[in-house]
Design a protein around this ligand. Structure first.
Ligand SMILES: [Zn+2]
Ligand SMILES: [Zn+2]
Length: 393
């Protein structure tokens, strides 16, 4: 590294220059140095003239050349802000260095950390799930497992012959908001038919000091059948010809009801929270919507829900009641409307899905693939498709 000697130091020989630099860097009083060396500058200007000090005993860790300490204002020196760097390459000893060698080291450290995290995730997954492939016959699956598998494959899309992608990347939600989607995924995983793929995106896992959290909407899914694509095709064929096992009939009616309730709850939460009102409690919602769905289609329930939410807003404005009261009022208003419609024989017009709460993949699989009825599943009462709904009473 070349250093141009300032003319104001030109009266000093090499040894004097080195001694001046040495004494400056060890922190001697600048005023004394200026006087002693007969320098034509103020003490404040001295730091600009001082040549770098060569640290002969210290070599650059990147290239091996001697390190130098470059001039700094005396104030900065006293704060410990010395600037030590390589005399040959761009490496700096203190603070963040962006020289090629340090950047490469940083990349290596990042890569090593990724490899470590990946190994941790893999060990966790292998300890929690069994990744052996099993021969599955479509008829032996429960209906919830079969429906969940088809919805999962359609949401995530095939990544390979044995795995599908993350369901949050699909424009279509896996299930309506609420616990139904998680419950179905849990059923599917506990059947041993699928497990989070070991090469899932790293953001699907979050490690805390005590445990690891797995985000089921972000993982890739490994399907643990001998021939996953064949299994899915066989399932679709079973549905196409309505030749599914008798044992499925009861369970599929229950799942259809659970989906309808979940759609009503999602829509009610949407209508209420959009108007600044609290969502209805879990139990009250279950009771209300199961009652409504005994006679009305989901689309008609949507009309009742929408009107109930509007009436609740009016109720608050009229009476100055609390928002919590409005939630109770909403349940009562929906129930009264349904009761009047039944006793007076009103025809309730259908409501519509909101674009911000689109139809779920679960609805597509159940109503399009299994029942083959499409949106009639939304627009007609459940009784129309299922003979087995005694539990609704
Ligand atoms: Zn160097
Ligand atoms: Zn460096």
């Amino acid at each position: 590294m070349k250093f141009v000697i300032d003319p104001r130091l030109s009266h000093l020989d090499e040894a004097e220059l080195a001694a001046l630099a040495e004494r400056y860097f060890v922190g001697e009083r600048v005023g004394d140095l200026v006087r002693e060396y007969r320098l034509q500058c103020t003490p404040n200007q001295l730091y600009r003239l001082i040549p770098p000090r060569i640290l002969l005993d210290h070599n650059c860790e990147a290239c091996g050349a001697p390190l130098i300490q470059v001039r700094r204002a005396a104030g900065a020196l006293s704060l410990g802000l010395d600037a030590t760097r390589c005399s040959a390459c761009r490496h700096r000893v203190n603070g963040s260095c962006r020289c090629d060698a340090c950047e490469a080291k940083k990349r290596q450290r990042v890569q090593a950390e990724i490899t470590r995290q990946r190994a941790e995730v893999e060990a966790y997954c292998r300890g929690r799930w069994d990744y052996r492939e099993v021969q599955h016959n479509p008829e032996d699956l429960s209906v919830n497992t079969a429906v969940a598998l088809l919805a999962l494959v359609r949401s995530g899309g095939w990544l390979s012959d044995t795995s599908v992608g993350r369901i949050d990347a699909s424009g279509i939600p896996f299930a309506p908001e609420g616990p139904l989607g998680d419950n179905l995924l849990a059923t599917l995983v506990s059947s041993g038919l699928v497990a989070p793929a070991l090469d899932s995106p790293m953001d699907a896992f979050e490690t805390t000091s005590t445990s690891m959290q797995v985000f089921t909407d972000r993982v890739h899914w490994r399907i643990l059948a001998a021939s996953p694509m064949l299994l899915v095709r066989q399932l679709e064929q079973l549905c196409k010809f309505g030749e599914w096992p008798d044992a499925w009939d009861n369970d599929i009616a229950e799942l259809q009801l659970a989906l309808a309730v979940a759609e009503c709850r999602e829509f009610a939460d949407f209508c209420l929270t959009e108007r600044g009102l609290p969502a209805v409690g879990h139990h009250a919602a279950e009771v209300l919507f199961k009652n409504l769905l005994t006679d009305f289609a989901v689309s008609q329930c949507f009309r009742i829900i929408w009107s109930g939410a509007m009436a609740s807003v009016d109720f608050i404005a009229r009476t100055g009641s609390s928002r919590r009261h409005a939630s109770n009022f909403f349940v009562g208003a929906c129930q009264r409307w349904a009761d009047r419609a039944r006793t007076d024989g009103w025809i309730i017009k259908p409501g519509f899905r909101n674009g911000r709460r689109p139809r779920s993949q679960l609805s597509h699989v159940l109503n399009d693939v299994f029942f083959g009825i499409g949106e009639r599943g939304f627009n007609e009462p459940l009784r129309a498709f299922s003979m087995n709904l005694q539990h609704l009473t």
